[in-house]
Ligand binder design. Structure first.
Ligand code: IPE
Ligand code: IPE
Ligand code: MG
Length: 237
C-alpha cells in the first residue's frame, strides 16, 4: 500500500564525487565511477519506497567549464555505462527521460539518450528523469521560446499549465536532496522546486547509500508542508 507521506517526485543533486576521491588520494574520475555505482544501488531502492518520479542531476550546463579530460570522462561514463541503468529500469518498469540541451553533446551521448528513452518508453511504474547538460535558467529560456514558437494561447498559461512547457511535463518536486555539503541549488529545476522540501547532507554522493536516503525520507515525513496556508485549517480563527 502506498504511504501518503511518501514524496511523489524527488530531485537529487548528486554532489561530492570529486572530494570523495580526493580524500582517498584518488583521481576525480574514480569518484564519478563510484558515484554511478551508488546511483545504481539507490535507484531501485527509492522506487521500492513508493516514490514515482526521480529527477537526477548528473551534468549541468555549467559543468562544461571543467577541464576537458573530466568532461570527456563523464561523457564516456554516461554513454558507455548507462546501459546498466537501463537494465535496472526495465526490471522495475521505469521509463527513462532526459532533460537538458542537446547542444555540445557528442553523437554517442545523444544516441545513448535516444536509445534509453525508446527502450523504456512503455514502462509505467515510474519515471527516471536524467538531467544531463541541464540548467534551470536554460530551461526557462527554452520554455519561453517553445511557448512563442508554438503560438500558445496566452490565456491558457497559468501556474499549473506552465509545467507542460518544461523539458518534461512532470509535476513539481516534493523533496530535493543535495549531497556533498553545499547548500545551494546550482541551477537545478528552478520552476519545479517552488514548494519542494530541501534536504542537505554532508555525505559525499558515493557514500549516499539506501540508509542515508532513508534519513532524508524520515526528515521529509516530519515536515509540515503548508504551501503558504496554515497548519490545520479547522483549528484556525
Ligand atoms: C558531482 O560531483 C558530479 C558532477 C557534478 C558531475 P562533483 O564532481 O561536483 O564533486 P565535488 O563537488 O567536486 O566534490
Ligand atoms: C551541481 O554540482 C551539478 C551537478 C550535480 C550535476 P556542482 O558541483 O557543479 O555545483 P557547484 O559548482 O558546487 O555549484
Ligand atoms: Mg560539486
Amino acid at each position: 500500500m502506498k504511504d501518503i507521506n511518501i514524496p511523489h517526485h524527488i530531485g537529487i543533486i548528486l554532489d561530492g564525487n570529486g572530494r570523495w576521491a580526493k580524500e582517498r588520494g584518488l583521481g576525480r574520475s574514480l569518484g564519478h565511477k563510484e558515484g554511478l555505482k551508488t546511483l545504481e544501488e539507490l535507484i531501485p531502492y527509492i522506487y521500492k519506497q513508493g516514490v514515482s518520479i526521480i529527477s537526477i542531476y548528473v551534468f549541468s550546463t555549467e559543468n562544461f567549464k571543467r577541464p576537458k579530460p573530466e568532461v570527456d570522462y563523464l561523457m564516456s561514463l554516461f554513454s558507455n555505462n548507462f546501459k546498466h541503468l537501463e537494465e535496472l529500469c526495465q526490471e522495475n518498469h521505469i521509463k527513462i527521460l532526459f532533460s537538458g540541451r542537446k547542444e555540445h553533446l557528442s553523437n554517442s551521448v545523444m544516441a545513448m539518450e535516444e536509445s534509453l528513452m525508446e527502450n523504456t518508453k512503455n514502462n509505467t511504474r515510474g519515471i527516471l528523469n536524467i538531467c544531463l547538460n541541464y540548467g534551470g535558467l536554460s530551461e526557462m529560456v527554452d520554455m519561453v521560446k517553445k511557448v512563442v514558437k508554438e503560438n500558445v494561447d496566452l490565456n491558457t498559461l497559468n501556474e499549473q499549465t506552465i509545467y507542460q512547457y518544461l523539458y518534461q511535463p512532470l509535476p513539481p518536486l516534493d523533496l530535493l536532496i543535495r549531497t556533498g555539503g553545499e547548500k545551494r541549488i546550482s541551477n537545478f529545476m528552478l520552476c519545479s522546486l517552488a514548494y519542494a522540501e530541501l534536504y542537505f547532507t554532508d555525505v559525499y554522493f558515493p557514500d549516499f547509500k539506501p540508509e542515508e536516503f532513508q534519513k532524508a525520507l524520515d526528515s521529509y515525513q516530519k515536515r509540515d508542508r503548508r504551501f503558504g496556508g496554515v497548519k490545520d485549517e479547522t483549528k484556525s480563527h
